[in-house]
Design a protein around this ligand. Structure first.
Ligand code: SF4
Length: 615
């Protein structure tokens, strides 16, 4: 008996029926859980006729193998679906929603169909109730969460969409925790949820997972805890702690990636945030790092609201990227994104794109907004319009790729995305593998799917084969580095562990002992990496079915320029394509980025090989 229930609850919103699906240990050993297990289910159910907003496009919430287990940072939940970007869609959040789902006795939820009217789900160990949510439609996620808690159980956990999801913005996120926002943000899962007329999912359970050998698990944890000394900065200042060091290294993105240094960075960094706005430090389920910073809004519509403080990515997106050094406004814009249910990274990149398009004369419809560098008030108004697809918001609601198609080819150069997903907030100039990681990430330009730039930034990841940092300027060896780190990150997603454990030098040995303690399985680091590689390849196979190949593994011209600043763009282009060629070779894919049959077979992905036409 272990803490794994091997049960998934499937809910069809059209027929209002639900059923329990049971799966076996072999499947779990192959994919672990989280977006690993989710990818296997989504590939099995793939039909060419399914577009992202087709009622039968499944929306999957899946806990990781270690989610809800008392190991450090065992808290993550993955959401998987076909993204509105028409690629593999996936987002991931910490907090308490994932563990609470596991406590219902279900490892995950598969939601298909479309409710006839706005609805929310109330999931408990007894099953699911589909309840009316007409009165919640149009409301922000903060109010929605409060009302659902009042109607269900004050100790339940709620995942909700805001107006952005209802209006099918490709940047729509699924928020958990109300103002304490832990967000499933990237690749637009909130829009798929909105297309199903599903406003929220509340979960509450009391089935704490059983553990095969608690002693093994606790001993591994005890030996690991001294490593927390490596993440003291995260504990003190949160992810905002790196704003100033990133600026010094030329990594902080400034003025839509056109500048490399900004003398105002310290005004929006972790020490300033903590000194001026901190209410308390807090953490996700079972987290000893506690990087969360609860802050209080001091001005504007969110004055007095206490909630999750802006992370590094949000501070960059609405700070350095648009030349805004006012922390008050940054807290406001962070709350606004969370309440509207918007991915703050995509929204920030889109706002910077809109400002640049405006100043360069490509944005004819201004809708009364004075879109200038540093004008945070106009950006706040823009976010409201984006979430509701009003006026100028209708042009920008689906992110920079779609907006650029509407505004003209000249804007492509500064529409910063890969496969339609806006880039994360780091400049790849001194860490060139980041551009490759963005281009080849299954869900689009994501930094967390690879994290290879951290190795280039000097962080050793011995477990992926890099006992010390590597040079960040050269393209040498970056194909292999990127592939290895992507595989490694896939393991974290599947286990439901927070990736910040990497900075605390989490070892394969500790991970394997946690799994042994939970499930009784004997695994090695090599086994873990094989699972990661399998997961990465099955997601790629899903993307191949949607037409992804080398043509889609690209970055915007401005990113190519930034790879070799001050030099002709041809140098950045050559560097990028050389790295990509090496990457395909390291992966065992062909020159067009399609996994080879022998690679898929070696990973026991025979069904995936067949699905993509490899016999
Ligand atoms: S380190 Fe931060 S994000 Fe990760 S689990 Fe802890 S509180 Fe959550």
């Amino acid at each position: 008996m272990s803490g794994i229930s091997y049960r998934i609850l499937e809910i069809d919103l059209s027929s209002r029926q639900s059923k329990v699906i049971e799966y076996g240990e072999e499947t779990l050993r192959k994919y672990f859980g989280g977006s690993g297990l989710g990818s296997s289910i989504l590939l099995d159910r793939f039909e060419p006729s399914l577009d992202p907003f087709h009622p039968q496009n499944p929306l999957i919430f899946m806990t990781g193998l270690l989610t809800g287990i008392p190991v450090p940072c065992g808290c993550r939940i993955s959401i998987c679906t076909q993204s509105p970007l028409r690629i593999w869609g996936e987002a991931n959040a910490g907090g308490y929603w994932g563990p609470e789902l596991k406590f219902t006795g279900f490892d995950g939820l598969i939601i298909s169909g479309q409710a006839k009217e706005p609805s929310y789900l109330w999931v408990t160990p007894e099953g699911v109730e589909i309840r009316k949510a007409g009165a919640l439609w149009g409301k922000g996620t903060f109010e929605t969460t409060g009302k659902v808690l009042a109607e269900t159980d004050p100790h339940a956990r709620v995942a909700a969409i805001g107006p952005a999801g209802e209006n099918l913005s490709f940047m729509a996120a699924v928020m958990t925790g109300g103002p304490e926002a832990r967000v499933m943000a990237r690749s637009g899962p909130g829009a798929v949820m909105g297309s199903k007329n599903l406003k929220a999912v509340a979960v509450k359970g009391d089935r704490k997972p059983a553990i095969v050998d608690l002693k093994i698990l606790q001993e591994a944890t005890k030996e690991f805890l001294p490593n927390l000394k490596f993440v003291e900065g995260l504990s003190r200042f949160g992810t905002a702690s790196v704003i100033e060091s990133k600026e010094a290294a030329g990594v902080l993105p400034i003025k839509n990636f056109t500048q490399f240094h900004w003398d105002k960075a310290s005004r929006i960094g972790g020490p300033a945030l903590v000194a001026g706005f901190l209410e308390k430090h807090y953490g996700c389920f079972s987290c000893p790092i506690r990087c969360g910073k609860e802050v209080k809004g001091k001005e504007g519509p969110y004055a007095g609201v206490v909630g999750h403080g802006p992370e590094y990515e949000t501070l960059s997106a609405f700070g350095s990227l648009i030349l805004n050094d006012d922390l008050n406004s940054l807290i406001h814009l962070n709350f606004l994104c969370n309440d509207l249910g918007l991915d703050s990274m995509s929204a920030g990149i889109t706002a910077a794109f809109a400002i640049e398009a405006n100043l360069r004369g490509y944005l004819r419809e201004k809708d009364g907004l004075d879109l200038q560098w540093g004008n945070a008030r106009a950006v706040g108004d823009l976010l409201e319009k984006i979430a509701r697809r009003q006026g100028i918001g209708a042009i920008l609601a689906d992110g920079v790729e779609k907006a650029s198609q509407k505004l003209g080819k000249e804007t492509e150069a500064f529409a910063l995305h890969s496969k339609g997903l806006e880039v994360s907030l780091s400049n790849p100039t001194p860490t060139v593998s980041l551009a490759l990681s963005w281009a080849t990430s299954n869900r689009g330009a994501c930094h967390l799917e690879g994290f290879s730039h951290q190795v280039e930034g000097g962080v050793p990841f011995a477990e992926a084969g890099y006992p010390k940092g590597v040079d960040g300027i050269s393209g040498e060896g970056k194909g292999r580095l990127t592939a290895r780190m992507q595989d490694y990150m896939a393991v974290f997603n599947a286990l439901g562990l927070c990736k910040f454990l990497l900075f605390a030098r989490l070892s394969h040995d500790t991970m394997c002992r946690w799994i042994k303690g939970l499930a009784g399985w004997d695994l090695t680091g090599e086994n873990l990496m094989e699972v990661g590689e399998r997961i990465y390849n099955i997601k790629r196979a899903y993307n191949v079915l949607l037409g992804v190949d080398a043509e889609k593994d690209r970055v915007a011209p401005r990113i190519l320029e930034n790879l070799r600043p001050g030099k002709p763009i041809s140098e950045g282009r050559k560097l990028f394509f050389d790295m990509r060629r090496d990457y395909y070779q390291a992966r065992g894919w062909d020159a067009n980025g399609i996994p080879k049959k022998e690679k898929l077979i070696s990973l026991r992905l025979e069904k995936a090989a067949k699905k993509i036409g490899l016999g």
